[in-house]
Design a protein around this ligand. Structure first.
Ligand code: BES
Ligand code: ZN
Ligand code: ZN
Length: 499
């Protein structure tokens, strides 16, 4: 562990405890100090003691994302929550409305809301799940390193539902709790500074989670990786004072309905290697270069509680990318798992090197599909910005399944073409392939590189370089590391059908 640790092992503690602290109940709000009241746009205001002209003056028209706070002497604060029109309400809108409520009541520890009659296009379970996600994720804050917390922690969320729907709502609470906890874990891992979370600590956290939640964890240290011939991961690690780790996670349900491999990029800190990054704002976000591995770990850790019937193998490819004296040089050739040789023409294109080993390992076991997730290219950020991830794959039905999972989670993806006409840009004069494409279409050439290592297994790749971090808070996404991918992967895995 690094020398700057405030408290030994705090990264682990925060990750495991964060979301357990909130009590979530179906029923009356008891003594909650903030009460949310859903209000349809131009809808009936009943006995709320306000009228539409007054609300219009305050800029409240009942749209999603809008709230109006009523302070009342000696009574709970009332928050009018804009919910638009009943017919239009889907998970995304409910999640956004709930986030707006949680933020309008940010000084309150206890929130309650009466959901009234069920919605026309959303089950009560899904409605409750979306509310739990919106509230818990909006109130997330990485406070582990603050001398005093920056935000008021949430303690209680109560949701009242119509008679006879309590069981459905309880199911929604359980699902929403598990999915939110996954995003929160992924955020915590990515937000944790590199000096406190190295590859070894990441493996420790995976082991603790496996023991607690019920999935298998095998850790491969440097010696084991040499044995496995993982030259990509070892090459990237060569310039580091710290050891690499490959962490294999196995979730095995009783009667599996399919089997998926997940490979996550776990660059604990990307300095660029000898092609060192400049001291700019983007370099300063490179502690998040393990967001793919974090999403894989967080998603798999949620599966036992959700009772998912898809078997999953996860491969976390963990090391930092440092410019030490023993670092790989430009022009060096690495021998990846399975024997493919790779000429390193840029040490900062390290993600694809570690992913190559992970993808090959995934092909060595029978999987119906391989999915990889990585903060792989700056080009993905320039193409789609910070709200949409790039996806590329070799199998349309896999892409379809990913797109619906992305929609359900409101973690948007957009497909790029696997344009094999650009494959020649990766040709090397001395090795089988080089790790650098041309100056253009960087996300596509990176995916073409990865494709070399998946044999003919149905495969899809998610490039989260743009979406892993945001600078401005928006709805349930506070500024900082986003945990993007954890809930998308959960939805994908729990609904997976063999392509
Ligand atoms: N981790 C970066 C990608 C990245 C860039 C993530 C910006 C988030 C924000 C990756 O390892 C990298 O450095 N990629 C290079 C590849 C290039 C050298 C071919 C890039 O995108 O510039
Ligand atoms: Zn890099
Ligand atoms: Zn990187």
């Amino acid at each position: 562990m690094a020398v700057y640790a405030k408290k030994e092992g705090f990264a682990l503690t925060q990750a495991l405890e964060h979301s357990k602290a909130v009590e979530i109940v179906v029923g009356d709000g008891r003594d909650t100090t903030a009460v949310g009241v859903p209000v349809l746009a131009e809808g009936d205001l009943g006995d709320l003691d306000v009228d539409w002209p007054l609300l219009a003056e305050a800029g409240f028209a009942g749209a999603i994302g809008e709230t109006y706070v009523v302070l009342r002497q000696g009574q709970p604060t009332r928050v009018l929550i804009g919910v638009g029109s009943r017919e239009d309400l889907d998970k995304t809108k409910v999640r956004d409305a709930a986030a707006a409520f949680a933020l309008a009541a940010r000084t309150h520890r206890s929130l309650s809301v009466d959901l009234g009659e069920p919605l026309p296009n959303l089950t009560v379970g899904d409605t409750v799940q979306a509310i739990v996600e919106g509230v818990l994720l909006a109130r997330y804050s990485y406070d582990a390193l603050k001398s005093s917390p920056a935000t008021v922690p949430l303690q209680l969320l109560a949701m009242k539902v119509a008679d006879g729907l309590t069981a459905d709502a309880e199911q929604g609470v359980a699902t929403g709790r598990a999915t939110s906890a996954a995003t929160i874990l992924a955020r915590d891992l990515a937000n944790t500074p590199p000096g406190l979370l190295d590859a070894e600590e990441m493996a420790n956290i995976a082991q603790a989670l496996g023991a607690e939640r019920g999935f298998e964890v095998e850790v491969f240290d440097k010696e084991a990786l040499i044995e496995l011939g993982c030259g990509g991961l070892l090459g990237v690690n060569a310039g580091s004072a710290k050891e690499p780790r490959m962490v294999k996670l196995t979730y095995t349900p009783e009667n599996p309905t399919g089997k998926v491999a997940l490979v996550g990029k776990g660059i604990m800190y990307d300095a660029g290697g000898l092609a060192i990054k400049p001291g700019d704002a983007v370099h300063a976000t490179m502690k998040n270069d393990m967001s793919g591995a974090a999403a894989v770990l967080a998603a798999i850790a949620a599966l036992p509680a959700l009772g998912s019937t898809t078997a999953v193998t996860g491969y976390l490819m963990c090391t930092d990318n440092m410019p030490g004296g023993s670092a790989m040089a430009m022009g060096d050739v690495l021998v990846t798992r399975g024997g493919t040789t790779v000429e390193v023409l840029n040490t900062d294109a390290e993600g694809r090197l570690v992913m190559a080993d992970g993808l090959v390992l995934a092909t060595e076991e029978p999987h119906d599909a391989i999915l990889d997730i990585a903060t792989l290219t700056g080009a993905a950020m320039r193409t789609f910005g910070v709200e949409i991830a790039a996806i590329i794959g070799n199998h349309p039905s896999l892409i379809d399944q990913l797109e619906s999972a992305a929609q359900a989670a409101d973690e948007p993806v957009w497909e790029l073409p696997l344009a094999r006409r650009y494959r020649s840009e990766l040709n090397s004069t001395v090795a089988d392939i080089s790790n650098m494409g041309g100056p253009n279409a960087g996300s596509i050439t990176a995916a073409l590189f990865l494709e070399e290592f998946v044999a003919d297994v149905p495969w899809a790749h998610i490039d989260i370089a743009g979406v892993a971090q945001n600078n401005a808070s928006k709805s349930w996404r506070p500024a900082g590391c986003t945990g993007f991918g954890a809930r998308l992967l959960i939805d994908f895995l729990t609904n997976f059908t063999r392509p």
